[in-house]
Design a protein around this ligand. Sequence first.
Ligand code: IFM
Length: 423
Amino acid sequence: RRWDDCAVRIDGDAESEAALGWVIYELLANIPARDSTVSVGARGLTHTRYKGCCFWDTEMFVLPFALLTDPEAARNLLGFRVRGLDAAREHARAMNGSGARYPWMVALDGSEQCESWDIGCSEVHVTADIAYAVGQYLDWTHDEGFLRRGGAELLCETARFWPSRVTPAPDGVNLLFCKGPDEYCGITSNNLYTNCMIKRNLELAEAAAKYVDITEDELASWRELGRKLKLPRDPDTGRYRQDDSFHLLEEVDITKLKPDDTAAYSRVCFDALQRLRVIKQADVLLLMTRLPAWFSETEKLAAWEDFEPLCLHDSTLSFATHALFAAQNGLDEAAERYFNKALWLDLRDVMSNTGKEGLHLACLGETWQAAVFGFAGLHLADGRPALAPRLPAHWRAMEFKFHFQGKKYSARVTHDKAEIKEA
Ligand code: IFM
């Protein structure tokens, strides 16, 4: 019954409909919908890769599916992070920081399990990603009870971490020693994705501050920090940079590194990959799918031109985000091409690692997002659900149901019509 309720019907492409039905089946099977003491491991319940630990994969990639099809499941996933707040505070203190810092690779008790100290220390974006997901949950549910029962505390405690993590500079602040989603950037500073997510974390905390005891001075300091965070741009062209050092990396012909869809790291050593101008997985483009209103159409298309050709898609988190970005920005051919890679990634073992290491939950979640937020273009406009369809040419229609503020709706889109009705 639940599977049927989550179904995405595609008129004109029975094969894609069936594959997406399988994606949805696996998401349902791997999300602990009624239990907030556990979360979703990077490989779900299908493999012990990464010791079964949870990453940002859950909040940024999987959670939106739960949020729109079963909001209680989304609340429980976030409840897992609320339960982990004390451990995140401890983690922040252990790393000489304030507030709460979520581990990169978290175990059930909330502790850091990443064995590579530089990755664990530098991929700080996970903390802001969790806050982003709380914001997304609140936008779609208006669940004030969640804010009162730990949600606001999570937003404010994560906001409190950032003043202790940035470094003052004469022209603002720098986020040093960081890695964004592109894990092949070396160790860099001012990753655009991370700095924007921190800004969003600070904004969300300010909006939630009335539920927690926060002084006016602290609120003002968050506002000031938001203003001081740098969003790197090329000084000549004004185009967004991924971070402060990506443009210094050595240019390389990526077709030589990546003759097929298997990961380049099986042929090129990690040390070299950190020094070449290649991108492991969607980074700036991911940001622009998550905060689309923060960027103009020109900025988004420039980012596609600059970053898409350099992406190796060495992580399974990448194809579906490219599909989503392309669909949201009218790049129809690319949207379909990337969607097909993501849709079949595990079913056809596209990257030759599904048999070896299990299903890729983030890819499954993002594939659903590419269909619903990308091809159907579901989004919130002035706080209400709206559609902006970009269906592949051979899809005649697409239909699905979703939840918004306690009610269930059905959406139907064709090439010339888009309709949302109470279900
Ligand atoms: O969280 C991801 C990361 O972004 C890329 N490497 C694998 C992790 C787990 O899926």
